[in-house]
Design a protein around this ligand. Sequence first.
Ligand code: KG4
Ligand code: ZN
Length: 336
Amino acid sequence: MPATVNILAIESSCDETSASVCSDGRILSNFIATQDIHQKYGGVVPELASRAHMQHIVPVVDAALKDAGKSLSDLNAIAFTHAPGLIGALLVGSGFAKSLSLSLNIPLISVHHMQAHVLANLIADKRPEFPFLCLTVSGGHTQIVLCESPLRMKILGETIDDAAGEAFDKSAKLLGLPYPGGPLIDKYAAGGDPTRFIFPEPQIPGLDFSFSGVKTSILYFIQEETRKDPDFIQKNMADICASIQHRIITILLNKLKKASLETGIHHVCLSGGVSANSGLRKSFLEMGKIMHWQTYIPEFQYCTDNAAMIAITGYYKFLGGEFSDLSISASARAAW
Ligand code: KG4
Ligand code: ZN
């Protein structure tokens, strides 16, 4: 075991190229290059994402090393996201990480992106005790995870159709808002009445989620109302957004509450890009008070896709001796 464990981590699963350096589990740098090019297409275009990763990866890794005050020769391991995500995007990061580990002759650590979102909660000084629950909500995933130790996790529930971020983005699209619409719904909702329009809560058994029914009910509602008044959306934007946001939040938090009651676990975390939503954060903290939870939300830069969460997961894998060999391949859908 080296005196200090320095890990360089690379994340390239979707549309952010990110690199981070951590030293003994402390994040020294977290550099993220966002790909704005997708905005005009209303969603992430996989081919464009791969090309942008190719352009960004060397400068992003350089910047992360520089910010951390480290050089390649200081590194003890390379961690990278091997799954899940866009395959072309993952291949850029995995190819780069493998080459670097080979040329520096240091271990390679493959990291599952969704496990890393959960362990983003171990970056701050104030950390949850094990076992803890984590609600991970992003543009691609919605999961409740039971985390027993850094390397032992179990999915208790997940979405059977759209992810929470997709529910926000697709609802926003119905209102004519640009992609990604989640942050705009959040903004308009701040001035609206969340009880003005009622969208149905799906009755899904267990701890799984569904958002497609809500999306359809919003679509029919908008169609019906704009038939009666073509300016309906414009006149009622704040109340519509507040009502949509309220329904998505209640779907998420009711399941989280159920998970806590069923498991008896009181250390509860949020993670993923949707945890930036101000309504969700507020309601989560309020529910935490009522339920006597210890609540945790990572800093925003560690909620959206980032390499710091890959670095922290890589660190725990390093301590547990969980290394990969060069035959590891990127996978769009790898199971845990
Ligand atoms: O985790 P993330 O950055 O990327 C992945 O999907 O992995 O999450 C992006 C998602 C998008 O759907 C975006 O609309 C949503 O997070 N989002 C929000 C807010 N900020 C980001 N949704 C609602 N309110 C927000 N403030
Ligand atoms: Zn993610």
